[in-house]
Design a protein around this ligand. Sequence first.
Ligand code: SAM
Length: 276
Amino acid sequence: MASTPNGLPPLRDVVATHGLAPKKALGQNFLFDLNLTAKIARSAGPLEGFTVFEIGPGPGGLTRALLAQGATRVVAVERDPRCLPILAEISAHYPGRLEVVEGDALETDLAELANGTPAKIVANLPYNVGTQLLINWLTADVDHPFWTSMTLMFQKEVGQRIVAAPGSNHYGRLGVLAGWIAHSEILFDVPPQAFTPPPKVTSSVVQLEPLKQRLPCDLAKLERVTHAAFGQRRKMLRQSLKPLGGEALLERVGIEPTRRAETLSVAEFCALAEAL
Ligand code: SAM
């Protein structure tokens, strides 16, 4: 069997040998392009000295890139047991540097696994649970995030919602939450043909880093406000925020009751939450 620059067999061969037919229900769209996986790993910045979490390593294309890029410790959480023997081969190739956790990332406490070490999350996420995973990590401990950066592949539309600013059609609950906790940007887009099998839509790699100074605000209250405001995003705030105090609440914070949710800055949402 031929081998790749890092001495492991080509990913396509590995997938064929192990009969790893992609499962749609698990969001399995694999990356086989070594240039692309290396580009994603490089985008995460220096990896030495970090615990690097990869969610959904699958056949391990990005995992290999992270290890080749110098990650000291990669912890990969994979739900599909068919991938485990393939990942064990990679682990044997990089002794002591790759731990594979079999399980559902939605149920996995990454902060506990990081155990106080500085951590980065780098992943080509399964799209069906990508947004929920991001919300879990963002809100795990807003005062002391366990992650120093996240470099994540999402559907482009989700990426646009994460980085959206007020006034944009994409601006909503996710943008406010992400904007309150982190600085985020879209690093680059990835076309459907880069994946096997190709998904229907373009993807984007998004990077998030915790803000050094976050506005003081209670998470649960912020979520109540954004839920109400964006639940009726076409309505004026005096209407959509009625259950939370409507005009009186808006007046306390000095926000015009005729404005709509998508025009409010993150700071204004925080002020409303604090005034609840
Ligand atoms: N990292 C690989 C790559 O880039 O080729 C695979 C990425 S694929 C988009 C998503 C991966 O996430 C699949 O391997 C899938 O089995 C795994 N997965 C799906 N749902 C998961 C979950 N809830 N927890 C952990 N892994 C999951």
